[in-house]
Design a binder for this molecule. Structure first.
Ligand code: AMP
Length: 400
């Protein structure tokens, strides 16, 4: 079965075709600048030169048509006709309170995605445009919506409720949802599999540390808690997002600088995190590490604060689960930065008997046990694969 996986942003579109029999990615690509001058599609087939289409793509519909043209192109394509695609899996950012798992798209599902535009104003409209473009380009093919918020819907009220007036939950669905759900779901289940844990009782921590960063705790694959909230702003220190702050800071800065709430929120989302803490050195952790090595004090503090916040969440979530069987690191920083893994596990969680094997930990981007044999908790590096998880959910739903 071939699944087309689509991740539509407001002006971009990423795609992959995954052969579910082999789990191979047979092609992938990126469309940039949809609706903006200079639209470009880059199509990649393993072992071949990239194929680039540069022509006007005013709408997502046109972008999807050109993706269809690229994948079926006589020289650069991977299939002879779109009939060889069995279904399309779409990443959808926000499913609100309605969706606790992935679902085959119908008119009701589209209406519900539309109802969540206020909760995911940048992503949900683009996600819906992607779905509608596929309906037009491939009539009759099943489309499946895979929500970034589904995994977090496993949380109990004590974890998802904010201590604010109940009316805001009832009127506007203000609660914690969590994001990166597809990644947390994939990695936690993969951990259970490779660590040979009991799928019903396994207590797993997943540290998804990338440009956006979040942590989840799950028992038996069900989310107990996760660090992002109503929006992805809550929780860890990230590339440009502040993570947790005292909300009164917003009013204070508004008053001091004559800014609006929206302007300050924009700063907390786009100009904060390690970028803001270092006065704009970079949002890329590699640059922050280099600056710290070169003696920049703010870069050193930003890295320390990032790791400290990760460890604090781990400690809190181990308490939330009353134990932990397995800790997993994933995403850009989690998969590449052995120092962060070592510090989080030993400097802060060492009291639990968590021990890293330095030789095993000297690894990047591959599935690997990195804890020592006498560690009380297994620690893994587990590369995330959100596209594969979207394809797996899609396959399961269309097979029925
Ligand atoms: P992601 O959002 O998962 O794509 O992660 C991207 C982030 O991973 C980049 O912004 C980098 O900060 C970080 N990253 C990638 N490689 C390394 C590395 N070798 N050491 C530290 N951070 C890294």
């Amino acid at each position: 079965m071939n699944i087309l996986v689509l991740n539509c942003g407001s002006s971009s579109l990423k795609y992959q075709i995954i052969n579910m029999d082999t789990k191979d990615v047979i092609c992938k690509g990126l469309v940039e600048r949809i609706g903006i001058e200079g639209s470009k599609l880059t199509h990649k087939v393993p072992g071949k030169d990239n194929y680039v289409i540069e022509e006007a793509m005013p709408t997502h519909k046109r972008a999807v048509e050109l993706v269809m043209a690229a994948i079926t192109d006589a020289d650069h394509g991977v299939i002879s006709s779109v009939d060889e695609i069995d279904a399309i899996g779409h990443r959808v950012l926000h499913g609100g309170q309605k969706f606790t798992k992935s679902i085959v798209v119908n008119e009701d599902v589209k209406a519900a995605i539309r109802e969540c535009f206020d909760l995911g104003p940048l992503h949900n409209p683009a996600n819906l445009m992607g779905i509608e473009a596929c309906e037009l380009a491939m009539p009759g093919k099943p489309n499946v919506a895979v929500f970034d918020t589904s995994f977090g819907m496993g949380m109990e009220p004590k974890a998802f409720r904010y201590a604010i007036p109940l009316e805001y939950l009832n009127k506007y669905s203000v609660r914690r949802y969590g994001f990166h759900g597809t990644s947390h779901d994939y990695v936690s289940h993969r951990a259970i599999e490779i660590a040979g844990l009991d799928p019903k009782t396994a207590k797993v921590l997943v540290c998804h540390l990338g440009n956006g960063a979040s942590i989840s705790a799950s028992i038996g694959g069900v989310c107990v808690d996760t660090s992002m909230g109503l929006t992805p702003l809550e929780g860890l220190i990230m590339g440009t997002r502040s993570g947790d702050v005292d909300p009164a800071i917003i009013q204070y800065i508004c008053n001091k600088e004559g800014k609006t709430v929206n302007e300050v929120l924009d700063i907390l989302n786009k100009k904060s995190g390690v970028y803001g803490m270092t006065n704009g050195i970079s949002s890329d952790f590699r640059d922050i590490e280099i600056a710290a090595e070169n003696g920049n004090k703010d870069a050193e503090i930003a890295l320390e604060a990032f790791r400290y916040r990760v460890a604090k969440y781990c400690g809190a979530y181990i308490a939330a689960m009353n134990g932990v069987d397995c800790i997993c690191f994933t995403a850009g920083v989690g998969e590449n930065d052995k120092v962060t893994r070592k510090i989080v596990c030993e400097q802060y969680l060492g009291y639990l008997g968590v021990k890293i094997d330095d030789e095993r930990n000297n690894v990047r981007g591959q599935e690997k046990l990195i804890s020592a044999d006498d560690s009380t908790v297994k620690v893994y590096l587990l590369p995330t694969n959100e596209e594969l998880k979207i394809a797996m959910d899609t396959e399961e739903l269309v097979k029925g």
